[in-house]
Design a protein around this ligand. Structure first.
Ligand SMILES: Nc1ncnc2c1ncn2[C@@H]1O[C@H](COP(=O)(O)OP(=O)(O)OP(=O)(O)O)[C@@H](O)[C@H]1O
Length: 250
């Protein structure tokens, strides 16, 4: 569904992504991790058509985001870290208007159903979104993705700044979308959250996928081992102090 093959891309002659191979299948959640500046957002930007590859191919459900932007966008929803909504409109009005902008009409019942499925409290449907928390805004964005019935979803650091309960609620929603066959690519620094929800985790290092691990089957990853490697990649540290003896007071 989301397919980047042998992609080289960057900004103004500066190469950021080098031979990137990244595929996300229908009904799969793929978490992309990596240090600051590794190229995670640039990878997402490829699928949005914001960054054009200088080599390789990028496809969204078979469509090239640069040469076929309308077709590619129709199959895609994007939820950035801070969801931009029309502040003076209610949650219902936002979904209705954004659907209209996407060239789609839905009746009020379908919009309510999407907002409910996204976990927004019904009492908030008619409230202006100006007072909404980050978690509530994301629910509106998820409702829009549900109402648009897109087959692919891009998320950039969706759980940063969310409390653990909101994070787990958000991850549950991603599970709902996965069950509907949506291909989900999620950029995150939150390894625990990624381990909780993702089917595969990829580690990007200086524009290359250094490692991919699976969440299920024989390749099931060990979160602690991953955390040690990820922390070392993000910020190399001095050798660890000897482990404390369990059961002994310091
Ligand atoms: N519009 C741009 N113009 C020029 N350089 C850019 C642009 N956007 C990003 N870069 C550079 O590309 C590199 C990769 O940036 P990118 O935002 O993809 O990294 P990231 O892995 O998402 O980082 P972070 O975790 O900090 O969000 C960085 O060196 C960044 O400075």
């Amino acid at each position: 569904m989301l397919d980047a093959t042998a992609v080289v891309a960057g900004y103004g002659g500066k190469i950021i992504l080098q031979q990137l191979d990244l595929q996300v299948r229908a009904g799969e959640i793929y978490a992309l991790l990596g240090a600051n500046g590794a190229g995670k957002t640039t990878s997402v930007s490829l699928f949005l058509g914001f960054v054009a590859p200088t080599a390789g191919t990028v496809k969204v459900n078979g469509f090239d985001p640069v040469s076929e932007p309308g077709q590619a966008r129709r199959h895609l929803a994007y939820i950035p870290e801070n969801v931009a909504l029309y502040e003076h409109l209610s949650a219902r009005e936002n979904v209705g208007y954004l659907l209209h902008l996407a060239g789609q009409q839905e009746d009020a019942a379908a919009i309510d159903q999407a907002l409910g499925a996204a976990g927004l409290d019904a009492a908030a449907f008619d409230r202006r979104v100006a007072g909404f928390s980050k978690g509530m805004r994301q629910k509106v964005a998820i409702a829009l993705a549900l109402a648009r019935k897109v087959p692919a979803l891009l998320l950039d650091e969706p759980t940063s700044g969310l409390d653990p309960q909101a994070t787990s609620e958000f991850n549950r929603l991603l599970g709902v979308l996965r069950a509907q066959g949506v291909a989900i690519l999620m950029v995150t620094h939150d390894l625990l959250s990624a381990a909780d929800v993702a089917d595969r985790i990829g580690f990007l290092e200086a524009g290359r996928l250094r490692e991919e691990v699976a969440a299920t089957g024989a390749d099931r990853f060990d979160v602690r081992a991953l955390h040690r490697r990820y922390a070392a990649q993000a910020a190399p540290v001095a050798p660890a102090a000897p482990a404390a003896q369990s059961g002994q007071a310091a």
